[in-house]
Write a protein that binds this ligand. Structure first.
Ligand code: C5P
Length: 239
């Protein structure tokens, strides 16, 4: 994959026109754009079709976390919309993930449409070891817990997981190259960490086994975002 194919640019804005402007500005630089809850809740599903019509792919990052029946219906809705990738929360449990994966495959076969990739969120990159223990009451090493959740996702038939760049190093050797790892929390040395606790530079994240890098503020907080993205692409070339 070329550097531009490995980057998922986060459309963390609330305006339709603002988001489409970003897609147009970056269309030559990246292939996949991420729609999160803020944009989706603000403007609705039409934006996915618009981005597809520009010839770009969408990662629908709504992190579905609900009972199996509800998540299965969300999976069908995401497939109908034509997203390239979407995610569910692994903490929603094995049965939910299994049923979602099965429903998605059956629906796409029946309709003869491309099956979106189904990804599991492990532990958010804004949660660190102390928060895991003191706030969530999970008294296990972060790496052990993430590995456990990734195993659950694989058993359920998911295509991969969202995990921190550090966790990629633990997941990759155990799960082989066909299991996708998508890593947010990407910060080149020349940017601030913001609310992300478990961060790594783009090149290091790829070296540790990430397939795709989710990038938001590292680009948009810079005075020249397109230049910042190009700089990241240069940094990861050959990683
Ligand atoms: O601005 P920054 O690069 O930190 O943005 C990261 C993006 O990745 C945000 O859109 C955030 O919602 C998303 N994300 C994350 N951690 C996860 C899953 C998604 O930061 N575990």
């Amino acid at each position: 994959m070329k550097p531009g194919e490995r980057i998922i640019l986060a459309l963390d804005v609330s305006g339709y026109d603002e988001a489409i402007d970003i897609v147009r500005k970056f269309r030559e630089e990246v292939d996949i754009f991420k729609i999160g809850p803020e944009l989706f809740t603000s403007v609705g599903p039409g934006i996915v079709e618009e981005i597809n019509s520009i010839g770009k792919k969408v990662f629908l990052d709504l992190k579905f976390h609900d009972i199996p029946n509800t998540v299965c219906k969300c999976a069908v809705a995401a497939a109908k919309l034509g997203v390239f990738m979407f995610n569910v929360h692994t903490l929603g449990g094995l049965e939910m993930m299994k049923q979602a994966a099965r429903t998605l495959t059956e629906f796409c076969l029946e309709k003869n449409i491309e099956r979106p990739m189904l990804i599991g969120v492990t532990i958010l990159t804004s949660i660190d070891q102390a928060a895991l223990r003191d706030e969530l009451g999970i008294n296990i090493r972060m790496s052990t817990h993430v590995k456990y959740l990734a195993e659950l996702a694989r058993r359920a038939g998911l295509d991969g997981v969202v995990a921190s760049p550090e966790d990629a190093e633990i997941i990759r050797p155990r799960f082989g190259k066909d299991f996708l790892i998508i890593t947010p929390g990407i910060r080149p040395s020349w940017t601030a960490a913001d609310d992300q606790k478990r961060i790594l530079a783009p090149r290091d994240a790829l070296r540790r086994g990430a397939d795709y890098l989710v990038i938001g503020r590292a680009v948009f907080s810079q005075p020249d975002p397109v230049r910042a993205l190009k700089r990241i692409k240069e940094e990861i070339a050959g990683a």
